[in-house]
Ligand binder design. Structure first.
Ligand code: ATP
Ligand code: MG
Length: 313
């Protein structure tokens, strides 16, 4: 059985559709997505800004109530808890936030930041707590004498490692990592990503890895889901998606990954032109009347795509 099993997840927000209108029209931030994450694996969620990635992660951890759908985690059905809209956390799910500059409370010392989940879920004596925080910091390569410092005394990469120490404090089985390196410069990105991989092996962690950067997703993920306006346009293993993309939106994302070699660059530019043309001429093969993705159809293996005229049917 998968560690995390999401079925037909919907998160709709009810704002007013107009000043004079009493009718409340839902905004469908997440509109029926399904996926599984196996133990020890990394699942990537990709898509442009506003496609519903963070909303999905927040619904799983319990910060956004579900409109409908089911969430099973670690053999436990979280659906009812998540529907009620009460914030209930499962200690086996940790979270790394997008921006290390704002996700650590500037008024708190590192000790208090990393100890927070321990204080919520475990009864440790001050001495035990101190030892545990020091051990966690050692695990992420931050020196033990840093515990009385404040976040502003650290670099972005160091802060993100403090955020990781906090996320792994309770030895969770799953970590939701929402754009964990987007705010960091390239050299530090690689350092933090490799570190996340090391710690994954060490603790047999699973990741839900949210990013809009397909290069990073390719480096990190076993399975990938591509979101567009709250729906999936394509889903599959890293190999399936990168070697045989089916949806025009996926093709467009792939063709936007920068290439290093000048000879490749020209080829890529031609590809991009061809894809832009296909986007125009075959739009309705890929998007419905409202410009949304069609239901997914099976391609092969774990590969699904939301295009008409694909798959076995
Ligand atoms: N609490 C809320 N109330 C109303 N609308 C919301 C709420 N939270 C998110 N949304 C809307 O839902 C959509 C999806 O937002 P979300 O943050 O999930 O996008 P994202 O894919 O994470 O984008 P980004 O890459 O920019 O982080 C956006 O249009 C956003 O404005
Ligand atoms: Mg987001």
């Amino acid at each position: 059985m998968a560690l995390l099993d999401i079925k037909d997840l919907k998160v709709h927000f009810y704002g007013r559709s107009g000043l004079l209108s009493r009718k409340r029209k839902p905004f469908k931030a997440v509109d029926g997505i399904s996926f599984c994450i196996e133990e020890g694996q990394t699942y990537g969620l990709v898509g442009e800004s506003g496609s519903g990635k963070t909303t999905t992660g927040r619904a799983i951890i319990g910060l956004n109530p579900l409109t409908s759908g089911n969430i099973t985690f670690n053999g436990r059905d979280l659906t009812m808890e998540r529907r009620r809209g009460k914030i209930t956390f499962d200690r086996n799910i940790g979270m790394i936030f997008q921006d290390p500059y704002s996700s650590l409370n500037p008024k708190k010392r590192v000790l208090d930041i990393v100890a927070e989940p321990l204080r919520n879920f475990e009864r440790l004596s001050p001495k035990e707590e101190l030892a545990k925080v020091q051990q966690l910091l050692a695990q992420v390569g931050i020196s033990a004498d840093s515990i009385y410092k404040y976040p502003h005394e650290f670099s972005g990469g160091q802060r993100q490692r403090i955020g990781i120490a906090r996320a792994i404090a309770l030895k969770p089985k799953l970590i939701i990592a929402d754009e964990p390196v987007s705010a960091l410069d390239l050299s530090v990105q690689a350092q933090v990503l490799n570190f996340m991989k090391d710690i994954q092996k060490e603790l047999n962690l699973s990741y839900l890895f949210i990013s809009h950067d397909l290069g990073i997703i390719k480096h990190m993920c076993d399975q990938i889901g591509i979101m567009y306006r709250g729906r999936y346009v394509e889903q599959g293993s890293s190999d399936e998606l990168f070697s045989n993309p089916q949806h025009i939106y996926t093709k467009r994302l792939l063709s936007a990954i920068p290439v290093k070699e000048p000879s490749e660059r020209e080829k890529r530019a031609r590809e991009r032109e061809a894809i832009a043309e296909e986007f125009q001429t075959s739009y309705h093969r890929y998007f419905d009347q409202e410009g949304l993705a069609y239901p997914l159809q099976h391609i092969a293996g774990t590969h699904y795509a939301a295009a008409q005229g694909t798959g076995g049917r």
